[in-house]
Design a protein around this ligand. Structure first.
Ligand SMILES: [Zn+2]
Length: 77
């Protein structure tokens, strides 16, 4: 498969994925997906997306407290 954005080669991956659903940030572990080796475009199998959405809908996830680096360009740090 080639990338829909840049025609680069897509590579199979199994990694963490961050998703924003209804304004909420979720991090999914061990997600199989394809990633463009050139532009980084990620493509998820529709079946996998369905599993993720279903798990979120059914609240089948663990809540974990994370420290996330944030930056605000209006503030000179
Ligand atoms: Zn690409």
């Amino acid at each position: 498969m080639v990338c829909a954005v840049c025609q680069g080669k897509m590579v199979d991956k199994n990694d963490d994925l961050d998703l924003r659903i209804d304004g909420k940030l979720y991090i999914a572990h061990n997600v199989p997906f394809e990633e463009c080796s050139i532009c980084g475009e990620k493509v998820l199998d529709p079946e996998i997306s369905e599993v993720i959405y279903e798990r979120i809908h059914l609240k089948k996830y663990k809540k974990q407290r994370l420290e996330i680096p944030t930056l605000d360009l209006a503030v000179n740090m």
